[in-house]
Design a protein around this ligand. Structure first.
Ligand code: ADP
Length: 356
């Protein structure tokens, strides 16, 4: 038995999402053979890999099938890949992926979703930051319980130090405004402010920077797409028609500026009565899924209207942090895993060669 035989066996094990074998994807490291025992490290493309357990089982099975092997020890590890588009950008050198959370209109729960997804990614072991660019209603300070806090400045570097909560780095336009300030944002001002958030904040090393965008398809979205290559966008909607018309516009906008649309999330999908468990479809049903199918983008999942979710947002302790095993937190975790998985797929896919 030797390392080559083990690697050959693992060439038959595929990452189910990416569709390529683990050896080609360079995921197998540190193979050690001691008698009939094989130990190795499997490096996944994200700690939020939804199929971690399956991949581990498949590796074990394949290695145990090699003649002479009686025991396998697998260390499951992860290293998030940097999106190709960000690699060629001088901005945010330490950030590997930028996920934009968008919505066609306000009040659909975009910020709530952005924060809970960011926490779910962080709980999986990833390094995560949140940048609130919602100039019209920055709610990230409230959602993280940081309303009266102000970020400090690194005097030597002359850069802003983002606030930290629950292990995430957080920056919001709300930290710079007084509560009832009415700011009339013009295009160039928005552009300048966003530029500052990208260039003058000490983001450090992050696997995922989650952007909470303002609702709609305006100057901020356009500026951001010019300033930084967004790795992927997620669109939050409610199930009814008025919100859905905006989803189409949102998807079209990202496609126009060449940002991959990772999918649609339907928030406030239904309400389950805590007493009798009856489902009420307050804002209609299934519209987000239908629209995603029509637009040929992924449907990432449904999130019901849920009282503890609202309470968590109001109290500055988002539900995914407060009750990790609660059904809504598990839904957020599953959606976060899908998003991380999709980014891995995008990064592991060879760039399309265009022959002229
Ligand atoms: P947006 O960013 O789209 O304007 P918010 O995230 O600020 O929306 O959410 C608007 C309100 O709806 C907040 O009070 C929030 O707590 C609540 N909310 C969002 N999603 C849910 C949900 N799934 N269940 C219950 N309340 C929710």
């Amino acid at each position: 038995m030797n390392t080559e035989l083990i690697l050959n066996a693992l060439k038959n094990v595929k990452d189910p999402e990416i569709g390529k074998d683990l050896v080609t994807l360079d995921m197998i490291k540190d193979i050690k053979i001691t008698g009939s025992k094989v130990s190795l490290r499997a490096v996944l493309t994200t700690p939020a890999c939804p199929l971690k357990k399956k991949i581990e089982d498949d590796i074990r099975q394949a290695v145990l099938a090699v003649p002479g092997v009686s025991e396998v020890e697998i260390l499951m590890d992860a290293q998030v890949k940097k999106s190709a588009t960000l690699s060629s950008s001088e901005r945010l050198a330490g950030v590997k992926n930028i996920i934009a959370v968008a919505s066609g209109k306000g009040g659909v729960g975009k910020s709530t979703v952005a924060v809970n997804l960011a926490i779910a990614l962080s709980l999986s072991g990833a390094r995560v930051g949140v940048l609130d660019t919602d100039i019209y209603g920055p709610s990230i300070p409230t959602l993280f319980g940081l309303k009266d806090k102000k970020p400090a400045v690194d005097q030597e570097k002359q850069k802003i130090i983002p606030l930290e909560k629950y292990g995430l780095k957080i920056m919001s336009i709300g930290f710079m405004m007084r509560e009832n300030d009415a700011v009339m944002w013009r295009g160039p001002m928005i552009h300048k402010m966003l530029q500052q958030f990208l260039d003058d904040v000490l983001w450090g090393e992050l696997d995922y920077l989650v952007l909470d965008l303002p609702p709609g398809t305006g100057d901020a979205q356009l500026s951001l797409s010019q300033l930084i290559p967004i790795s992927g966008a997620v669109i939050v909607t409610t199930p009814q028609d008025v919100a859905l018309a905006d989803v189409v516009r949102g998807i079209a906008m990202f496609q126009q500026v060449h940002v991959p649309v990772l999918g649609v999330i339907e928030n406030m999908s239904f309400f389950e009565c805590p007493n009798c468990h009856h489902h009420s479809e307050i804002f209609s049903k299934g519209g987000g899924k239908k629209k995603a199918e029509e637009m040929k983008v992924n449907f990432l999942g449904e999130l019901p209207l849920d009282i503890p979710t609202r309470e968590g947002s109001d109290s500055g302790e988002p539900i995914t942090m407060k009750s990790t095993h609660y059904t809504q937190s598990i839904r957020f975790k599953e959606i976060a895993q899908k998003i991380a998985g999709q980014l891995s797929v995008i990064q592991s896919t060879e760039p399309i060669k265009i022959s002229l």
